[in-house]
Design a binder for this molecule. Structure first.
Ligand SMILES: [Zn+2]
Length: 324
């Protein structure tokens, strides 16, 4: 985690910040910070950790100069423990029990000051680890705070959830999200679009998407493939060269979801695009079939199937579908 990134929490996190800091030190020993991707929950967490450990707390932030703050800055704080997944292999890494066992000596040590443990993403605790953690949550040490961070709190076992005090970090008005994103962007016209693509979460909206500027061109190619029976291989090769598989896949998922929404007369995310032509070529059933194929490709990619082959197949599927 990055410490001392912010001078203050994000505007939409003022309420939980005030609740926590006003009550401190009378707060629960187990805290649950949750919110959607891109709400800034880790920034909030590191800001709060620094504040709890700081020896000269300011109302909005840690002082940045005391010995505790300096320890955090050099990443050597003896009273702070960060537990997370092993990133190395697998696509779905978990937090295993040995990591939770490491907690015990850390919590039982005696010494000056507060001790803080951050566990994230907490929904990745495997069953054995979650059970081991339960014991710690039942009898936490004095002046010890355990903070679990997750996207959805319902993903945690109920036994764990019930021992934690919850704080939502993603509650904001559209106006709050809008003005934050607007401040960071040079192009005002993109704020609504970026927020839509980022599920309304400001930090998610600010992520750079290389595919964003390619959507229109791809949509035009797609229409050509269906309409003129233009050779799909040509376009498959072109798009394999233009975008990485991941970026192409992400772009296609967004577009396909919107085309389905148009069919169902629901709100779309790519509000700057016109789907009225492409939507006429497919029935709802055919669109769901395409969607299914796109999901399958993700799995095939994990199994190291060549991406150009997948795209060849997919683009042929685009063409062969008979319209109304
Ligand atoms: Zn300090």
């Amino acid at each position: 985690m990055t410490f001392f990134k912010l001078n203050d929490v994000y505007p939409w996190q003022k309420t939980p910040w005030q609740q926590l800091t006003n009550r401190f030190p009378d707060i629960a020993h187990g805290l649950l910070f949750f919110g959607k991707n891109g709400c800034g929950k880790l920034d909030f967490t590191s800001h709060f950790v620094a504040w709890v450990l700081c020896l000269d707390k300011q109302p909005q932030q840690a002082c940045g100069q005391c010995s505790s703050c300096l320890w955090l800055k050099s990443n050597t704080h003896p009273n702070y423990l960060h537990i997370t997944v092993d990133e190395e292999k697998k696509t779905q890494p978990s937090i295993k029990i040995d990591k939770i066992r490491e907690l015990q000596p850390f919590i039982q040590q005696t010494g000056e000051g507060w001790r803080v443990v951050v566990i994230e993403p907490a929904d990745r605790l495997n069953t054995a680890a979650a059970n081991a953690l339960l014991k710690t949550l039942e009898e936490p040490g004095d002046r010890t705070i355990l903070i679990l961070v997750t996207e959805h709190f319902l993903k945690l076992p109920a036994t764990i959830r019930s021992r934690l005090q919850r704080y939502a970090l993603d509650r904001m008005t559209y106006q709050q999200a809008y003005s934050y994103v607007k401040k960071q962007l040079s192009d005002d016209a993109q704020v609504d679009l970026k927020l839509a693509l980022g599920n309304g979460m400001p930090l998610q909206a600010l992520k750079e998407h290389v595919w964003l500027t390619h959507r229109q061109e791809f949509l035009e190619d797609w229409i050509k493939i269906v309409k003129h029976k233009d050779t799909p291989m040509k376009y498959a090769t072109k798009w394999t060269k233009t975008l990485s598989f991941y970026d192409f896949q992400t772009m296609l998922e967004y577009l396909l979801a919107d085309i389905i929404c148009v069919k169902l007369q629901q709100h779309i995310k790519n509000t700057d695009l016109d789907f009225s032509e492409i939507v006429r070529f497919y029935s709802l059933e055919q669109l769901f079939h395409l969607h299914e194929q796109v999901q399958k490709n993700k799995q095939l990619n994990r199994q190291n199937v060549q991406t150009n082959l997948m795209l060849d197949q997919l683009f042929t599927l685009f063409m062969n579908i008979n319209g109304e």
